[in-house]
Design a protein around this ligand. Structure first.
Ligand code: CAA
Length: 380
């Protein structure tokens, strides 16, 4: 496969890289420290089109291809993994499900405002008893005239603190397992729907992870996304693309840790020479760089399949688990290379390591990705 970027893809990469280095990097430590959603930054990004990169122009998006979007997530995450995940969730599971499965009316109502950042999107799948077992949902939606009445709760919802619309999955027919799950577009302010506790996390601060609570929430039937019973398929097919986004995010974090480490080992002197002159350090740098290249190839391969509309569950899962394992290993090595300074909050590598950890967990744990990969490989 040829991963040479076209001129348009390179232009997008450069634009996002410049914006990320100039406008996001200087704020990254502060976003992490305060755990506050960077509202003003997101407003600026919306104006620049960064919240609708792969969304067609007819829906006010930039109309760029999926590979450009993936490279943008990588560049944003290089500067701040928190900003990377806010954009990734907003786009891949906040906007795409409506674009791909919504009625014309739903698309016209929500997609242009999501693409420009006027609305922020979130995705409500996970529940206290349904994490990896995503079809074991308990949140119930019962049809009542022109409405559905929802009861239950969702947890660990990225962007939930600020989101305006939530793609939420609930059981409409408990007898049918995965085929009894339906998807709903739920607006903030819906009667009976409220935001619960905010998580205090190890990393990815500022991305506003909360609980969603439904207590006899009254959701108009017009908010059903797709057909009744189609919810699990909507969730899973959008997670395929979402997982490529998380692979790109992990790649961005790993690259940031690598570049910071290379700079440091060249200037840090011990035993009267730069520590980059020691073979022990050189071998660590070689391993870190090689793993990043391998993660990049898997990620771009999955993105390329997705862009062409080809099946990509297996490659998306491979890329997600490999790139996030690489991010964890490279950031851990970066802390080691920095020694005591690496453990200090004075340098960014400890943040990279904390942020990397969740890329092995969210959008499906790396164990679940291996389940998806092995199922596909054994099927032949
Ligand atoms: N695309 C389309 N349809 C799919 C699909 C896909 N990728 N994967 C499965 N399906 C369909 C199957 O074809 C099947 O339908 P049929 O019976 O008609 O064939 C149906 O869905 C059920 O499939 P499975 O039997 O494979 O389902 P399962 O119950 O065994 O679950 C699983 C499979 C892979 C374990 C799944 O539950 C899973 O991915 N779990 C992880 C959940 C997850 O990723 N959560 C992420 C939350 S979002 C998040 O984290 C965002 C964030 O904050 C960053």
């Amino acid at each position: 496969m040829d991963f040479l970027f076209s001129k348009d893809q390179l232009d997008m990469q450069r634009m996002v890289r410049d914006f990320a280095r100039n406008e996001i990097t200087p704020l990254a430590a502060e976003i992490d420290r305060t755990d506050e959603y960077p509202r003003e930054l997101l407003r600026k990004m919306g104006e620049l089109g960064l919240l609708g990169i792969p969304i067609p122009e007819e829906f006010e998006g930039v109309g760029a291809d999926f590979m450009s979007y993936i490279s943008a997530i990588e560049e944003l995450s290089y500067a701040s993994a928190s900003v990377g995940v806010i954009v990734a969730v907003h786009t891949s599971v906040g906007t795409y499900p409506i674009l791909n499965f919504g009625t014309e009316e739903q698309k016209q109502k929500y997609v242009p405002k999501l693409a420009t950042g006027e609305l922020i999107g979130a995705f409500g799948l996970t529940e206290p008893g349904a994490g990896s077992d995503a079809s074991g949902l308990r949140t119930r939606a019962i049809k009542d005239g022109d409405n559905y009445i929802l009861n239950g709760s969702k947890i660990f919802i990225t962007n939930g603190e600020v989101a305006d619309i939530f793609n939420v999955f609930a059981v409409t027919d408990p007898q049918k397992g995965a085929k009894g799950v339906s998807a709903f577009i739920i607006e903030r302010g819906t009667p009976g729907f409220s935001i619960g506790k905010k998580e205090h996390k190890m990393g990815m601060n500022g991305s506003g992870t909360v609980e969603l609570i439904f207590e006899d929430a009254v959701v108009p039937a017009s908010q059903l996304l797709g057909q009744e019973g189609e919810g699990f398929k909507i969730a899973m097919s959008n997670l395929d693309g979402g997982r490529v986004g998380i692979a790109a995010q992990a790649l961005g974090i790993a690259r940031a840790a690598f570049d910071t480490s290379v700079e440091y080992v060249k200037q840090r002197r011990q035993f009267n020479k730069s520590i980059a002159d020691f073979q022990a350090i050189q071998f660590m740098i070689a391993d870190m760089g090689t793993k990043i290249e391998a993660a990049r190839l898997l990620t771009y391969q999955a993105a390329s399949l997705r862009q062409q509309g080809l099946p990509c569950s297996q490659q998306a899962s491979m890329a997600k688990y490999y790139a996030s394992d690489v991010a964890m290993s490279v950031t851990t090595d970066a802390v080691q290379l920095f020694g005591g300074y690496g453990y200090s909050k004075e340098f960014p590598v400890e943040r990279f390591m904390r942020d990397a950890k969740v890329t092995q967990i969210y959008e499906g744990t790396n164990q679940i990705q291996r389940v998806v990969v092995s199922k596909n490989l054994l099927k032949g």
